[in-house]
Ligand binder design. Structure first.
Ligand SMILES: NC(=O)c1ccc[n+]([C@@H]2O[C@H](COP(=O)([O-])OP(=O)(O)OC[C@H]3O[C@@H](n4cnc5c(N)ncnc54)[C@H](O)[C@@H]3O)[C@@H](O)[C@H]2O)c1
Length: 353
């Protein structure tokens, strides 16, 4: 078994590479990454110590991918993963990596007859209909009132049949376009590909920054000190997201890879769900208690064009189909993140504070 993990030094890529190696010690696992994300280089010693080979490679360049050789499974975890990317200045890097680069990965999988896992995103769902949901404020966060529901939405969250008309951010568009090419590769070439539309993923070794990885950013700033701001939607910090521990994503992938006749069809919403959802303001309370430090949090009322007030993943289809449920609650996740931040303070504080 030869597994190629593109973006293999990133948060999800390195977490999955390590988990696959742990459970399949005889598998040859290659983590390929161009180290664009600041902090990804910190994962290189962890990969090496686990017996995973690192290759500096850029998915924008088909020759880089060819040089990596054949594989049985390609986990496509490389991306510019920020929904804010491309708005200030040129979107070229975003488009070249998330669209052209993903197409290069599809080609590599086709050439080598490899199975593919594609990490799509909840941000394929369009912005205006998400902003139009009938949200109410309760317990310092936005929520769908009990009983309210429409096509593809309810208090459980957003399901796969939420209508797709409308704009969805440059990032979301690269992911939806990639999904459509995967569908074509399935039909034209019999590509076996799992497409998971993931909500927020988090866990230790996520190099949180203001525009991506807010759980680790919030925890790090509370522990180490630094500035934070409630951005958008009036600056109240009431926007809500559900969060999935990356180890729960791995558990799901193991089940999905076990039966690709089912998993390699359509798309799957994957997330922590309503029981693991938090507003920024509630997260502040939890982080303050854990860090023993209260930060003064600024308010920036203006809303960024790519931002949405509420997203909770309705993952009930994947849960029922694969007999899977997230096992690690948001509390457990935060315990692990705070432990990691404390243990690795010397290297992480300069990066994350
Ligand atoms: N983290 C989340 O909350 C989340 C949610 C939904 C979907 N996803 C998707 O999961 C995947 C992994 O995201 P992540 O959170 O690990 O992000 P990350 O930034 O931690 O990891 C991405 C890695 O890709 C690398 N990379 C960027 N451009 C590259 C290129 N051209 N060639 C090779 N490597 C390149 C980066 O250096 C980085 O190490 C992405 O596709 C992302 O869109 C993430």
């Amino acid at each position: 078994m030869r597994i190629l993990v593109t973006g293999g030094a990133g948060f999800v890529g390195s977490s999955l590479a390590l988990a696959f190696k742990h459970d399949n010690p005889s598998a040859e696992i290659i983590a390929a990454d161009n180290l664009k994300r600041r902090g990804s280089e910190l994962n290189l010693p962890r990969l090496r110590d686990a017996g995973i080979r690192f290759e500096h490679a850029d998915i924008r360049d088909p020759e880089d991918l060819s040089a990596l050789g054949p594989m049985d499974l390609l986990l496509e975890c490389s991306a510019e993963p920020s929904v804010q990317a491309g708005y200030s200045g040129s979107p070229a890097y975003l488009l070249d990596t998330n669209l052209r680069g993903t197409l290069n990965c599809l080609e590599a999988a086709r050439r080598h007859d490899a199975a593919l896992v594609f990490l799509s995103t909840s941000r394929v769902y369009p912005i205006d209909p998400l902003r139009a949901l009938p949200l109410e404020t309760e317990n310092e966060g936005l929520a769908i009132p009990p009983g309210a529901a429409g096509q593809g939405w309810s208090a459980y969250g957003i399901a796969e049949d939420f209508p797709l008309d409308g704009h969805r951010s440059l990032y979301g568009a690269t992911k939806l376009a990639s999904e459509q090419f995967i569908e074509e590769y399935r039909a034209a070439f019999g590509l076996k590909a799992i497409v998971n539309r993931c909500g927020v993923l988090a866990g230790p070794w996520q190099m949180g920054k203001v525009d991506q990885g807010f759980i680790c950013l919030w925890a790090a700033r509370h522990l180490y000190g630094g500035k934070l701001s409630y951005n958008g939607f009036g600056g109240h910090g009431h926007q809500v997201r559900d969060v999935l521990h990356v180890a729960d994503l791995y558990d799901l992938l193991v089940r999905q890879l076990d039966d690709m006749s089912v998993s390699a069809t359509g798309v799957w919403n994957v997330g922590g769900g309503d029981t693991n959802a938090t507003s920024l303001r509630r997260l502040t309370g939890v982080c303050t208690a854990r860090a023993g430090r209260e930060l003064e949090i600024a308010a920036q009322p203006d809303t960024n064009p790519a931002d949405i007030p509420w997203f909770v993943t309705d993952a009930r289809r994947a849960m029922a189909t694969f007999d899977w449920a997230p096992k690690r609650s948001l509390d457990i996740l935060l315990d692990e993140v705070f432990d990691w931040l404390a243990a690795e303070r010397d290297v992480l504080q300069p990066l994350l504070s």
